[in-house]
Design a protein. Structure first.
Length: 161
C-alpha cells in the first residue's frame, strides 16, 4: 500500500534517490517486524528481504520508457522524449533522464536494446532488476561489515560483537 502511493509519480521524478522514501520503507519494515526505532537500517533491510525502493522505482521508469518507445510520434510526451534523446546523443555533457537510462542499460550489458523497436520488456526488467539487486546486496554487505559509522565514528557498528 505504501509503495503504490510513492510510485505513482516515479516515472516523472525519475531515478533520483530520496531519503524520505527510504525512511518510509524503513519505518514500515520496523512496524511489521516489531523492532524499535534505534534498530540499524542495515539489520532491518537484511532481515526483511524487501526489495529496496530504488529497484522498484527503476522498474516503473523502465515501464514508462518502454511505453514511450511505442507511443505515437504526434503525442507531446513522445516529442519531448525524442528531443531529450537527441540532446543527450548530440551533446555528451547533457546528462538527462535518457542518458541515465542508457547508462543503466550499458551497466547491465543490454545497451544494444536501448534503440531496438522490438524488445522483450520482461527481459529488460529482469536484467536491470538483477543488476540493481546485485549492487544493493554488495553495498548492504559492505555496510554490514563496516567498523565505523558516520554518526558514531570508530566502533560505532553494533551489528557485530
Amino acid at each position: 500500500m505504501v509503495w503504490s502511493t510513492i510510485s505513482y509519480g516515479a516515472a516523472v521524478w525519475g531515478d533520483k534517490s530520496f531519503s524520505c522514501i527510504n525512511a518510509v520503507q524503513n519505518k514500515a519494515i520496523r512496524f511489521f517486524m516489531g523492532v524499535g526505532r534505534y534498530t540499524p537500517n542495515v539489520a532491518v533491510n537484511g532481515d526483511s528481504g524487501w526489495t529496496p525502493p530504488f529497484v522498484k522505482q527503476w522498474r516503473v521508469i523502465i515501464n514508462y520508457w518502454n511505453r514511450l518507445r511505442y507511443m505515437d510520434e504526434n503525442r507531446i510526451n513522445k516529442k519531448i522524449d525524442n528531443w531529450a534523446e537527441q540532446n543527450f546523443r548530440r551533446h555528451r555533457v547533457c546528462k538527462n533522464s535518457n542518458f541515465r537510462i542508457y547508462s543503466l542499460f550499458e551497466s547491465c550489458g543490454i545497451a544494444n536494446l536501448f534503440n531496438d523497436t522490438d524488445i522483450d520488456k520482461q527481459q529488460v526488467n529482469n536484467a536491470i532488476h538483477v543488476k540493481l539487486m546485485s549492487d544493493f546486496k554488495q553495498k548492504w554487505n559492505e555496510d554490514l561489515h563496516k567498523d565505523t559509522t558516520r554518526r558514531n565514528g570508530p566502533g560505532g557498528n553494533k551489528l557485530r560483537t
